[in-house]
Every structure is written in C-alpha cells, then in structure tokens.
Design a protein. Structure first.
Length: 359
C-alpha cells in the first residue's frame, strides 16, 4: 500500500513511563510522578466514590492498553503488534482515512452501509463508489470488483451489513479478497460478529496472516454492551498498525474503558447469554411479523429491517409520539425501518405500536 507521503517523518506519540514501570526498572518502592501535569488531588469525593475501585483515576490511561491487548492477542491468536485500540471503532475508521486517503483517491463500499465510511472519506475529500444490494438483499462482490480501480485505496465490507443484517459468506469473501489488488486495503467491519448464526460465516481475522491488505474492525459497543465507554479495535498486519500509531491521538482509550473491556472479555459467558436472549427475541419477532404478513429481512445481527411499504417517515413519527424510537432514512430504502432487538417486553410494545400506526 502507498501511504500518504507526509507520514514518512511522523513519529507516533511516546508517553512517559508509568509509575509501575519505573518501580520495576529501578527497583524502587515509591515513585513520585510529576511529569504529565496531572492533578494530585484528583476529582471530587463523589467521583472518587464512584471510581473507588480504580486507583489511578487522576493518571493518564495506559497508552499501550497493555492488559487488554495481551488478553485479546491471546484470544484471537495474533501478535500484540497486530492490534490498535480506538475511542470506539469509528475513531479507527477516522485513523484509516487519515493514513490512506488523499484527493484523487476513492473508497469502495456497499450501499447502504455504515455512515462513518462515507463521512470520513468526505472529510479527506475523496470519491465514494458503491454497489447496491441484489433482490435478496445480499451484495454481489463481483460487481464490487468491477468498480475497484487504480485510485481505490480502501474497500469497506460490513459483515454483517448494517442496516441490512445480511452477511458475506466465507467463499465469496475469500474469492473477492483474492482478486482485489494488494495495494488496496480491505477493511472488514465485524461490529455484529457475535450475533451471527449462519454457518457459512467466517471472521476475516482468520485471513489476516495470509493477506497483508486485510484488516478487521471490532467493537465492545454491541454484543459486549459497552457503547457508552467508547472502545473498539482493529486487527491488522503490523505494518498497517505502525502507520496508524502515527495518527492516533495519545491516550485515546480511557482507563475505565480499558478495565471494563478486559472484564467483559473475562466474562464472555455473560455476553453469550445476552446474545442467546437476542436470538430468542429475533425468532419471536419473526413469528409475529410472519403472522402479520409484514416483510422483513432475516438478520444475522441485533437489528432487523422491516418494510412498511409506505413512506417510513410518517410512521416513524407516529411511533415516536407513542414512545417507540426506531431508525429510518437509509439510502435506497425509503419504505423501511431498522429496529434494534430490545428485550422481549420492548419488542411486544414495538409490535403493538406498529400495528396501531400501520392499521
Ligand atoms: C455500531 C457500529 C460500529 C461500532 O462503533 P463504535 O464506535 O465502536 O461504537 C462500527 N461499525 C458498524 C457497522 C456499526 O454498526
């Protein structure tokens, strides 16, 4: 890949050493850290109370995200330098755009897909090329291959797709990756990976070792339930990570986020049990929608697209008035709404209100 020329002389941020590192290195019991303009009095008693389990709340976060990195490297069976963390995976989309995209370039993606690919490409002033879905709401990657050209720098695949909830299957994914020029970065966004039930699905993490131009985005915002804490990560070849480190904002992932994400990984059974519940609720919803003869797309994620067969804007507004918030306004899908899978009780209310407003 050809990175932006101006990055050649950029060095990634190097933080000062932590108290713990200095203690170890020089065999000391006590160290006074007065190097980073932190506040020795910390925060108010109320905040201290909330954070009482976090000892170093007045100290900047671990810039290397050491513990979480070790744990994930182990779980995913990749080297530690294949990982980089972001303030949500959206921040990593921003970083990828900053290292690769300049005027004259283009990105290629699916339509509809995740809005950040579009906005970050626009910020970098590059062109956006898209393919739309087929009649079965899947994407035809052969058509995507046709629009990749010599100016294409990034291809974004959302797998499963948001908002459609459909997936790219193992064979078509590998077949596609094999044919994309090696200078093009293929970003597979797996924000909904944990929800997939289709047996023909694979995580592209399996492919990273063989394809240096493939990387994967993951997040703790969805299945792990930590959206408020803003933490996601990329798995990629170390060459890509090295470039990303240059544009990463120092200390971009808070200490609390790092700690909670680590706990979430250790408590994987909790995540799995909530995914099970979501699956049950999806099956329940399928039944309800089938009975009411309402069109929907079978989903591999934790949301579902429903076709109201009329302008969705009015319906969404009517539902809003009744206290149910759903999303509409997706490109090419004027009559559709996207409904996130809440609790079973919430979905019962949703069904009742939907019936009310569509009559
Ligand atoms: C929700 C979502 C993300 C995750 O964003 P975070 O910044 O990690 O919260 C990324 N990609 C897609 C397609 C999503 O739907």
């Amino acid at each position: 890949m050809k990175y932006r020329e101006c990055l050649e002389n950029v060095l990634p941020y190097v933080p000062g050493k932590s108290e713990e590192e200095i203690k170890k290195e020089f065999n000391l019991n006590k160290v006074i850290k007065i190097a980073s303009n932190e506040n020795p009095y910390g925060a108010s008693p109320k905040i201290k109370d909330v954070l009482k389990n976090i000892i170093h709340y007045n100290i900047y976060p671990d810039n290397y995200v050491t513990e979480l990195r070790k744990s994930l490297a182990n779980e995913l069976n990749v080297p530690e330098n294949y990982l980089l963390f972001g303030n949500g995976s959206v921040e990593i989309i921003q970083m990828l755009s900053r290292i690769l995209l300049e005027k004259g370039d283009n990105i290629v993606t699916e339509l509809p897909s995740f809005s950040s690919y579009f906005s970050e490409a626009m910020i970098q002033d590059v062109n956006i090329k898209t393919i739309s879905f087929e009649n079965d709401y899947n994407f035809n990657l052969d058509k995507m291959l046709d629009i990749v050209d010599k100016n294409t720098k990034i291809v974004y695949l959302t797998n499963p797709n948001n908002p459609l909830g459909t997936i790219l299957r193992k064979e078509e994914l590998i077949n596609f990756i094999n044919q994309v020029p090696k200078e093009v970065l293929i970003v597979v966004d797996e924000a909904y990976f944990e929800f997939v039930r289709d047996k023909e699905y694979i995580s592209a993490i399996e492919l990273i070792k063989n394809y240096k131009n493939v990387c994967v985005l993951k997040t703790f915002s969805k299945a792990y339930g930590l959206a408020a804490l803003r933490i996601g990560y990329i798995v990629a070849n170390s060459d890509i990570i090295t470039e990303l480190e240059k544009v990463r904002v120092p200390f971009n992932v808070s200490t609390i986020s790092q700690m909670c994400a680590l706990i979430a990984l250790e408590e994987k059974d909790y995540m799995k049990s909530s995914v099970d519940k979501i699956h049950n609720t999806i099956d329940f919803l399928y039944e309800k929608l089938d009975k009411a003869n309402i069109e929907y797309i079978k989903t591999q994620a934790n949301f579902i697209m429903i076709n109201l067969k009329q302008d969705s804007k009015l319906i969404v507004y009517e539902m809003l008035k009744r206290g149910v918030i759903v999303r509409d306004g997706f490109p090419l899908m004027d009559t559709w709404i996207r409904v996130s899978i809440g609790t079973k009780d919430e979905m019962e209310v949703f069904c009742k209100v939907l019936k009310e407003v569509i009559g």
